[in-house]
Each structure stands twice: as structure tokens, then as C-alpha cells.
Ligand binder design. Structure first.
Ligand code: NAD
Length: 478
């Protein structure tokens, strides 16, 4: 059985205890990862500090960028191996894992190219002064990522953090740490100086909490649930360090009668069922204008009924969810709808020869859900879409904004005026008009408002977020 070690200060080191790695497709144990804790985190932070004071900290931006580009090439070289590893570990269909590997490589490519394009400003000030700003790395950055898109989330946070010149201590999710370790191996091969990237695997309440609360961390980038996000922010507050929180969502898809309904139906179905619904920005509420509600949800129901669920390697529309707990949690929401008599408009099917012990949930469409119902308010994080009837634009906006979250929103209409009116008023970090997700887009700033968090990932915004502005005022007279 494979026992995976931590990567600290350029060396592979075991921990005193391990955590089993479970394959969500069949429930079987397929390896072990190190159960790192406070001691390993402390060693990793010290190694990162040494890297900042040593070779890594002395590299110029172009040299850092070249290392990221080299890592991107290595990820592309090993894309199939990484995709298979991710697919087994997370339970995601292999085609989706292949696209995740490509996106991960793209993050290192994008930020590799951007590393030496971070410009400060000169600021007009009093005569006799020249004033400039420069961007400097925070120092040691703690990165904590969730289990739904491990490779993508790692690339999304680690690439800009390194591009800006920080050293990173990464704590992957305990359910899905394998590709983070594989990426560390590739970073080693690419020639990153020791300690620039450290990976400590372990439980959230042990290694994660130790990382978030470590006094040697100068910035925390957290992607995960709202509950844990608030603990991270409290830990950051104790050390007065900045934190980026990418949390959950209950994102609305708003469909008007004048939309291209076939296109909307197809994209909305994919948006909530991709990755078995375990996508923070999944459009998990569909708000449909009364005039086309019945027709549109009937079309969605047909699409849902046609979906097939199977193991990661069967590569059907959906794989299992990540673990037993998540499976039971998602199923409890579906059971709640049934118990309360809400209309179950469609349920996808299990494919044939699906392993019995896997964590499978059938994609489910629930109709006529009241906007204030738990099913319309809470993040289910599974392949469950709730349909809500709205009478007009005004009600659509009110319902869209009436959750604690604000991550993404989709607006489907051929009236561009209405799309922009709504787009400006909807409370979310991203708005998609007549599309959803824009294919992932590593260039496009991403993040939430309200309970979905703060700070931005992706694009140049993420890069600037991993740096601190320093103002330098020079008095020269004249
Ligand atoms: P989670 O919050 O339980 O775990 C996320 C990470 O935090 C894991 O690495 C975990 O080990 C760690 N962690 C857990 N407890 C901790 C603690 N006390 N201190 C420090 N670290 C701790 O989330 P999850 O269940 O893994 O992921 C699902 C959630 O993540 C959903 O809410 C989803 O919406 C959100 N998510 C958000 C985004 C985004 O970009 N906004 C992306 C993916 C997932």
C-alpha cells in the first residue's frame, strides 16, 4: 500500500501517524497519507522562512516566472497520470479530471507569465518629491484547500502566491491530498529552491488549525466551507494577518421567458451536476419566470432523467461524491424534500455495474421550492437543483439576493438592458449573462461577497492580493 509523506524544506518526511485514503467509487482503502500536526506545520513554516531569506527570496521575478512555466510544462507532461490519480482520489469522472489537470497547468502558465509584469505606480506629489509604489510578497503564505477540485484549487492559490515571491505551506484536504503531493514532486523536479513550496497533509482541526494559527504565517488563503472560514479568519485576526476566504455559495440561475431556453437548460443542468454538484459556484437554484416555468422545468427534468451516475473510471455524467458523510448529507436534503411533499421532478439513474460500496447520489431536480425553504437557502454541495417560480424581474432580483451567500449568478435573457440592470444589482462576485462559468477562466477574477467570503482568486487580482504595496517617497528638492 502506498504511504505518502510530507514535503518539508525540500525533503520527504513521514509523520508519526497516517490517515487512510479511501476511493469514493468503491469505498476501498487505497493508501495512506501522513497525519501531520502542529510539529510538522512548525517545521514547514520554518523551512519557508529560510527559503524567503535564502535562494528563493533572492530570485528576481523573471526567474520565478520561469520556474512556474517549467512546472506548468511538467504538469502537462504528466497530465494523464495526474488526472488518473485525481479521478481515483476524488471520484470524479476521468474526463473531468483531465480538464482539471489542464487547468492546473494553465494556472502555472498564466502566473508564470505574469510574475514579472507586476508594476507599481509613480504618484504625483509635492514639488521636490518622487513617490513610487512597489509590490512585495507577504512572506510565508498558508494555503488551505478543499477536496472538490484539489489540483485546480492548489494551482489557483499556489501559483500566484509563488509568482509574487512568497513561500508557501500548503495543507490539502485530508480526503484528497494525492495530487498536491505529486505537484510538490514536480516542483522539486522543476528546480524550485528548497522550502519555496511545502506540503503538509493532515486533518483540518490538527494540521489546518496549526497552520492558520501559526505566528510565522503572514497571509492565509483559504478555500472551503463558511464554518471553517470563520475559524480561519478568527485565527488570522489573532495574528493580525490578512486572509482570503473563498467560501460556499447558493448561486442563482435566473431564466426569463425571452431566453434561449434550450441553451439555458443544457448549461444549467451541466452547471449543477458537473463534479457531482460539488462545485462552490454551481448554480444550485434556478429562478424561472412564471410564463415559462412549467415548460422550462419539464425540459430540465428530461435532462436530469437522462443523466447517469457511475464510478470515476466509467466516466459517466457524474461520479460519486467524495465520502460517506457527504453522501449522507446530500441524501438527507433529498429525503427532506420527499418528506415534505415537494415535487421531485426528476432523478438520474445509476449506470450498470456500478460498485456497491461507492458514495453515489442520483442527481435530483426539486420543483416549486419556496425561496425561504432550507433547500433554497443552504448549500447542499451535491447534484441537487431547486426550481423556484418568480413572476418578474423585480421578484427575481429579490429572491436571487435573499440568501446569506453571494458567489456567482447566471442571467438568461435576450433583453440586454434587463441583463445589465440585474447584473449590476445582483449581490455576487461573478455574473454570467447567457453563459455560466465562462469555461473556468483562470484570467477572470473570482470570489464572493457576503457569506461567500472576501478577497479574489484568479486573474491579476489574485496576484496583487498575494503582495503588499510599499510606498517609497524620495525627497530630492528642486
Ligand atoms: P472544509 O471547510 O471542511 O475544509 C476545507 C479545508 O479546510 C480542508 O483542507 C480541511 O482540512 C481544512 N479544515 C477543516 N477544519 C479546519 C480547521 N478547524 N482549521 C483549519 N483548517 C481546517 O470544506 P470542504 O468540506 O472540504 O469543502 C466544501 C466547501 O468548500 C463548500 O462549502 C464549498 O462551497 C467550498 N468551496 C469554495 C470554493 C470557492 O472558491 N469559493 C471552492 C471550492 C469549495
Amino acid at each position: 500500500m502506498n504511504v505518502h509523506q510530507n514535503f518539508i524544506g525540500g525533503a520527504w518526511t513521514p509523520a508519526n501517524a497516517t490517515i487512510p485514503v479511501v476511493n469514493p467509487s468503491d469505498g476501498q482503502v487505497m493508501g495512506e497519507i501522513a497525519r501531520g500536526g502542529a510539529a510538522e506545520i512548525d517545521r514547514a513554516v520554518q523551512a519557508a522562512e529560510r527559503a524567503m531569506d535564502g535562494e528563493w527570496g533572492r530570485l528576481d521575478a523573471t526567474a520565478r516566472g520561469r520556474l512556474l512555466l517549467k512546472l506548468s510544462e511538467l504538469i502537462k507532461r504528466d497530465a494523464e497520470t495526474l488526472a488518473r490519480m485525481e479521478s481515483e482520489d476524488v471520484g470524479k469522472p476521468i474526463s473531468l479530471a483531465r480538464s482539471d489537470a489542464a487547468v492546473c497547468a494553465r494556472y502555472f502558465e498564466y502566473y508564470g507569465g505574469a510574475a514579472d509584469k507586476v508594476h507599481g505606480d509613480t504618484i504625483p506629489f509635492q514639488n521636490g518629491f518622487t513617490v513610487m509604489t512597489v509590490y512585495e510578497p507577504h512572506g510565508v503564505v498558508g494555503v488551505i484547500v478543499p477536496w472538490n477540485y484539489p489540483m485546480q484549487m492548489t494551482g489557483r492559490s499556489v501559483a500566484p502566491a509563488l509568482a509574487m515571491g512568497n513561500a508557501v505551506v500548503l495543507k490539502p484536504a485530508e480526503d484528497t491530498s494525492l495530487t498536491a503531493l505529486a505537484l510538490a514532486r514536480l516542483a522539486e523536479e522543476a528546480g524550485f529552491p528548497k522550502g519555496a513550496l511545502n506540503v503538509v497533509t493532515g486533518l483540518g482541526e490538527e494540521a489546518g488549525a496549526a497552520l492558520a494559527g501559526h505566528p510565522g504565517i503572514h497571509h492565509i488563503s483559504f478555500t472551503g466551507s463558511r464554518e471553517v472560514g470563520s475559524l480561519i479568519q478568527a485565527a488570522a485576526a489573532r495574528n493580525t494577518v490578512p486572509v482570503t476566504l473563498e467560501l460556499g455559495g447558493k448561486s442563482p440561475q435566473i431564466v426569463f421567458a425571452d431566453a434561449d431556453l434550450a441553451e439555458a437548460g443544457s448549461v444549467i443542468t451541466k452547471g449543477i451536476t458537473q463534479n457531482a454538484g460539488q462545485t462552490c459556484s454551481a448554480g444550485s437554484r434556478v429562478l424561472v419566470e412564471d410564463a415559462v416555468y412549467d415548460r422550462f422545468v419539464a425540459d430540465l427534468a428530461q435532462r436530469f432523467n437522462a443523466l447517469r451516475v457511475g464510478s470515476a473510471s466509467q466516466d459517466l455524467d457524474l461520479g460519486p461524491v467524495v465520502n460517506r458523510k457527504q453522501c449522507e448529507r446530500v441524501q438527507s436534503y433529498i429525503d427532506l424534500a420527499k418528506k415534505e411533499g415537494l415535487p421531485i421532478l426528476a432523478e438520474g439513474q445509476l449506470g450498470s455495474n456500478v460498485p456497491g460500496e461507492g458514495f453515489y447520489v442520483r442527481p435530483t431536480l426539486i420543483g416549486n421550492v419556496p425561496p425561504d425553504h432550507r433547500l433554497a437557502q443552504e448549500e447542499i454541495f451535491g447534484p441537487v437543483l431547486v426550481a423556484i417560480r418568480v413572476k418578474d424581474e423585480e421578484e427575481a432580483l429579490r429572491v436571487a439576493n435573499a440568501t446569506e451567500y453571494g458567489l456567482a449568478a447566471g442571467i438568461w435573457t435576450s433583453d440586454l438592458g434587463r441583463a445589465l440592470r440585474l447584473g449590476r444589482k445582483v449581490k455576487s462576485g461573478q455574473v454570467f449573462i447567457n453563459n455560466y462559468g465562462a469555461g473556468g477562466g483562470v484570467e477572470l477574477p473570482f470570489g464572493g461577497v457576503k457569506g461567500s467570503g472576501h478577497g479574489r482568486e484568479k486573474g491579476f487580482e489574485a496576484l496583487y492580493g498575494f503582495g503588499a504595496v510599499k510606498m517609497i517617497a524620495i525627497k530630492h528638492g528642486g
